[in-house]
Each structure stands twice: as C-alpha cells, then as structure tokens.
Design a protein around this ligand. Structure first.
Ligand code: VGL
Ligand code: ZN
Length: 200
C-alpha cells in the first residue's frame, strides 16, 4: 500500500500555553517528526479561522466557551478564540518538522462553518480537496496523528475510512480535549468505523 502521514493541527494554540491548550499536546512532536521519513506523502493540517469565527463563543453574546449551539449544519461546540489566521497561535509548533510537509491543508476559514476534518467541513459535504490530492497521488492508506484526538483527529479518521483509505490512528501520538466523555466516544466511533487504533 502507498501510505500518507496526516499530521492534524500541531499548532501553538493547541499546545500548553495556547488559547485552546490540550494537555501534553507538545509531547507528541518528536514522535511525529520520526514518522515522516517513512511516509510516501506527508500532509499537515492547520486550523485557520478568521477573527470573529462562528465557532468562537465570543461571537455569540452570553455563550460560554465549551457550551453547545445548534448551527444550520448541526450541533457545534463553542470554543475559546483560537488559531486566528496569521497569529502566533495559528503557527505550527516550533519543533514540528514543517519542512518535511508536502501539502498543508488549511481549514475553518469560512466564517459561518467550522471544519474539524481534514477532508470535509462540519456539514460533512464541503470538501477540502484532500481526498483528490491523496487519490491522484496513488495513496490508499493513511496514518493520522496530532491534536485533538476527540475532535479533528476523530473527524478526519472517520472521513478517511468512509472515503476508502485503510486508516490508522496512532493514539500514542495524539492528545485529547476530552469534554464530557468525548475521548471514550471517539475511540468507540473510530473502532466501529474500522479505524485501527494503534499505541505505536
Ligand atoms: C480543534 C476544536 C476547535 C482540533 C480545532 O484541532 O481538534 N478542536 N478547532
Ligand atoms: Zn478550530
């Protein structure tokens, strides 16, 4: 099989000290760098929101971060402002081997819709183009790593499996936000979809 490594959102805002910090988010960087040489393709994703994005609690007067709202495309968690286009928080972690990346997929840039998955926005129909990129390069297997396990990694893995890629998540090279049991739910959903969950 021809195999791609997809590195999800290893950005300063998801690492300790960032606006939406994931506990231990930076601990996975050396292990991720170590996988890059073995992949036929290396793809990085970058959460990339305009100021005032609709997924920010600050855009909904009275709403608290980590509360839920109903959007036209379904339920949406409201987040602290994070990964604003061009800000230091949106930059990749300084130790990530960004130079080894062959494709960078930015997502979440449309003001009215969030985009967790590397493949589709949260309406599950608007494509990022990554499916075509991988398939035209002859890729049929993907390994996902990065942040956060229960949001962007999970959504990307479920889409990859649905699109027909043999899909593995290196759980040891991911870290979770874990809101109300979301990590356990993500594990079950990924396993049920035929995603291989590997501890390395
Ligand atoms: C993510 C919440 C909001 C992620 C991105 O990368 O998992 N989570 N935006
Ligand atoms: Zn985001």
């Amino acid at each position: 099989m021809s195999h791609a490594l997809i590195v999800i959102d290893v950005q300063n805002d998801f690492c300790p000290g960032g606006a939406l910090a994931v506990a231990d988010g930076d601990a996975i960087v050396p292990g991720i760098n170590g996988l890059m040489a073995d992949a036929a393709a290396v793809v990085l994703t970058q959460d990339w929101h305009p100021a005032g994005h609709s997924s920010f609690a600050s855009s909904h007067p009275g709403a608290d971060p980590f509360s839920m709202i109903e959007m036209p495309y379904g339920p949406q968690v409201l987040w602290p402002d994070h990964c604003i286009q061009g800000s230091p928080g949106a930059a990749f972690h300084p130790d990530l081997a960004v130079e080894a990346g062959q494709m960078i997929v930015r997502k979440g840039f449309r003001p009215g819709i969030d985009s967790y998955s590397a493949f589709f926005e949260n309406d599950k129909t608007t494509p990022t183009g990554l499916d075509g990129y991988l398939k035209t390069r002859g890729i049929d297997a993907v390994t996902l790593v990065g942040l956060a396990t229960d949001f962007c990694v999970q959504f990307s893995a479920l889409d990859a499996a649905r699109l027909g890629f043999a899909t593995t998540v290196r759980m040891d090279l991911c870290r979770a936000i874990d809101l109300d049991g979301s990590l356990a739910a993500a594990r079950s959903a990924m396993a049920a979809a035929g995603v291989t969950l590997s501890e390395g």
